[in-house]
Design a binder for this molecule. Structure first.
Ligand code: C5P
Length: 403
């Protein structure tokens, strides 16, 4: 199941570092996070609400009564966000929150929210080191408020010392880690387009008969679902299977290998990662009949079906690979698994082959899978795990190859 985008509410308070908050907004958005902004009156002296409205495409409120359509705006903001980040957070606002003072929209929302509250302090070194500020921070920490500690360095006022807001990239990365922890999913495939082939192909003999195989499509569907959960745009080119289309994934249903090649080729052109997990029929009847062949009158045609080779989709597209594209194939074998996978890696110009044993109830149709990653430089043996976990391991490896 896929979840809606996580939402981070950013509170901006009155400090020169407010200009850096624009970068935090952009960084989170690039990672697929919905960002809303609430500002204190003083913050608007440094950056206008128009700037944040333009960046977030969301209304930006300052006063408690700014949104006449929402009489309890502080409560809806407090409930809607998954994380409330205050960056920059002045000594004054930290003090107010520590003492439960709620005299504007930002501090009222901070008091009302049950979501994790994260403060990125920014203030003059004297204010930062003041006993009152440090005690307020201590109180807040004790209550579970998280801090992205201020760094040391030159300050806008000319002083040198602790109190500079942490750099936007570091703040973005800490918030993304927190979102990962909260939701248990990485969002590391945002901006990537992933193409997956899955399931068997069916090759008609006549209007009712066909050649196919036992592939359930579970592996490819698990990969598509995992990639989508991690933020990728996913196209799943699927042969006939009895699995529900994963939510949020574009499914292109196909029947034959030739159809699959055509659909995969058009999705591949747009993809940064392509994973070929389909069990494509190697051969197809050369002259399929468009009517049902009958016993008695068509005995000769039924007794001997001339087969021709299907296109190898992975091999064809592997050799069409452009710089920056990652191509991953599978090798299901009953013997010499690793050796066979190595040969396929070269022959099909893939970046990795996921090799696994089949037969005796293994892999086909099962929920678990034991595999090895065969790469150009190494072989990584994995323990037996669910197809969904394996899907995530494959995507982790795809990202390593891409970087
Ligand atoms: O050569 P073999 O069929 O064992 O290779 C398996 C890999 O090649 C899988 O990734 C499979 O999806 C892909 N393949 C393909 N088109 C074919 C045959 C295999 O894409 N006609």
């Amino acid at each position: 199941m896929t979840r809606e985008k996580p939402c981070v509410l950013i509170g901006v308070t009155g400090c020169i570092a407010a200009y850096k908050t624009c970068e935090i907004v952009r960084g989170l958005q690039k990672a697929g996070v919905r960002v809303k902004v609430v500002m204190t009156e003083h913050a608007t002296e440094f950056v206008g609400p128009t700037t944040f409205r333009a960046l977030t495409h969301e209304p930006v409120a300052v006063g408690l009564f700014d949104d006449p359509s929402d009489p309890i705006h502080h409560i809806s903001l407090a409930q809607e966000c998954d994380v409330f980040l205050i960056a920059p957070c002045t000594a004054n606002v930290a003090a107010k929150i520590a003492h439960g003072i709620a005299d504007d929209l930002l501090t009222t929302t901070a008091l009302a929210t049950k979501s994790p509250l994260v403060l990125a302090p920014a203030m003059n070194v004297g204010m930062y080191e003041a006993a009152a500020t440090q005690e307020n921070f201590e109180t807040l920490r004790r209550r579970g408020v998280r801090f992205i500690d201020a760094a040391s360095g030159y300050q806008a006022c000319g002083d040198v010392g602790r109190g500079r807001m942490e750099e936007p990239e570091a703040i973005v990365s800490q918030i993304l880690t927190l979102l990962d922890d909260l939701f248990g999913v990485k969002r590391d495939l945002v901006g990537e387009r992933v193409m997956v082939t899955a399931g068997p192909t069916v090759e008609p003999i006549d209007a009712v008969r066909y050649i196919s195989n036992h592939s359930s499509g579970k592996m490819g569907y698990a990969i598509a679902e995992a990639a989508c959960a991690r933020g990728a745009e996913v196209t799943l080119v699927s042969g006939p299977v009895s699995l529900a289309a994963p939510e949020g994934v574009t499914v292109v249903p196909v029947k034959t290998a030739c159809d699959m090649l055509e659909a995969a080729r058009s999705a591949f052109a747009e993809s940064s990662i392509a994973i070929f997990s389909a069990a494509v029929a190697d051969l197809r009847p050369a002259n399929p009949s468009d009517r049902k062949l009958k016993k008695g009158s068509d005995d000769a045609s039924l007794a001997s079906i001339l087969l021709v080779e299907n296109p190898d989709i992975l091999k064809t597209l592997g050799w069409e690979k452009k710089p920056g594209q990652v191509v991953i194939g599978f090798a299901a074998e009953t013997n010499d698994v690793i050796e066979n996978a190595r040969v396929k890696l070269e022959k099909k110009n893939a970046d990795m082959i996921v090799a696994n044993w089949v037969g005796e109830g293994r892999a086909f149709g099962q929920d678990d899978n034991q595999a090895s990653f065969v790469l150009h430089e190494e072989v990584i043996d994995l323990p037996s795990m669910s197809k969904r976990d394996l899907a995530d391991r494959i995507l982790d490896q795809a990202l390593l190859i891409a970087r």
